[in-house]
Design a protein around this ligand. Sequence first.
Ligand code: SAH
Ligand code: SF4
Length: 368
Amino acid sequence: MSKPYALDWTEQEWISWLSLRGESTYIAKQIYRWLFAQNCSDPNLFTNLSKNLRSALLEKLSWELPKVDTRLESIDGSEKFLLVMKDGLFGEMVLMPSEKRITLCVSSQIGCRMGCTFCQTGKMGFKRNISRGEILAQLILANQRLKEMGEERRVSNIVFMGMGEPLDNFDEVVAACQTMIDPKAFGLSKHRVTVSTSGLVPEIQRLGKELPVRLAISLHSPDDERRSRLMPVNRKYPLSVLKEALLEYPCSPRHGITFEYVMISGENDSLLHAKKLVKFLHGLKAKVNLIPMNHFPGNPMRSAEEQQIRAFQKYLSDRSIPAPVRYSRSQDISGACGQLAMKREAEIDMDPRVLRRKRKLETIPTIE
Ligand code: SAH
Ligand code: SF4
């Protein structure tokens, strides 16, 4: 049987486990601190614990962080990490430092079962959920990287916009968020943790009751027929049902709800769509991120033209809806979700010599 993963345990679980071994609550709190306040997951370095206890921790539990297979530095300052999970599957995270904040985009699943047609992770299908500890491990890795870079700040904002549908892995994602906002752990503000969802209505309602972090909705079309084509989830939870859940979501009056809108040429980029979108947003405090679609091989869809995007943006902002255009960061390094992991999947059967040459080229950022 495989050992339990130390990072999966809550402080309470540490207290229970250690009390069975005759250890105090104080020790449990120290271990929890080492992991999630000090970003250290090596019990050998838990110097305030006895040697015996450190050996027992190593023997009974597993502690490894995902391995960084590749780290690609973008010319925009962001870094994308291709991670090898304990079972050999690939995950991804993106670290995006800026003057005001340091944002980490984390993955919640390997692959995704939602099947959105414009998304490379969707094409991959679902492999497995990422556990709470594996989600937190991404944050520890990012903070370790920042330290290595000589950066004094730590990750300040989290967005669940990597691989996977976070609300399809509800319990693990909420548990990870709880540790993120725990002042004894990472101590992030709950207004700085954003869960992005394709629109799983019952889970949006549960999130609102259990842990109302910031919400981002991947909308992509204000029209049921078209949205169902782009995002099969819309067949189960159509726009009217989604809207009702959003009206009830306890978001902060300052931040409201963010909508992600991938601009796809000839699909959702006309002013008629903009008009319908404004109608859909009526009554909500909304901001719309307009994202030019990241193209990937084998997909006939293309990004909307710049002119079209600007006209769409103007239509929204003229009606007092903020609509920044978000060029996905790190485009030069397969920035959009799932793109790097998919590349690696394709490489598994590749001749190692070809692969070495290919990877060498990949570490040099280029813009197509
Ligand atoms: N599953 C969640 C979060 C992960 S996807 C969700 O769908 O919200 C993160 C964001 O990347 C979503 O807004 C998604 O629509 C967007 N995205 C997916 N494929 C994309 C592509 N090819 N180009 C640009 N954005 C894309
Ligand atoms: Fe899954 Fe989000 Fe991609 Fe849709 S856009 S397939 S929900 S990761």
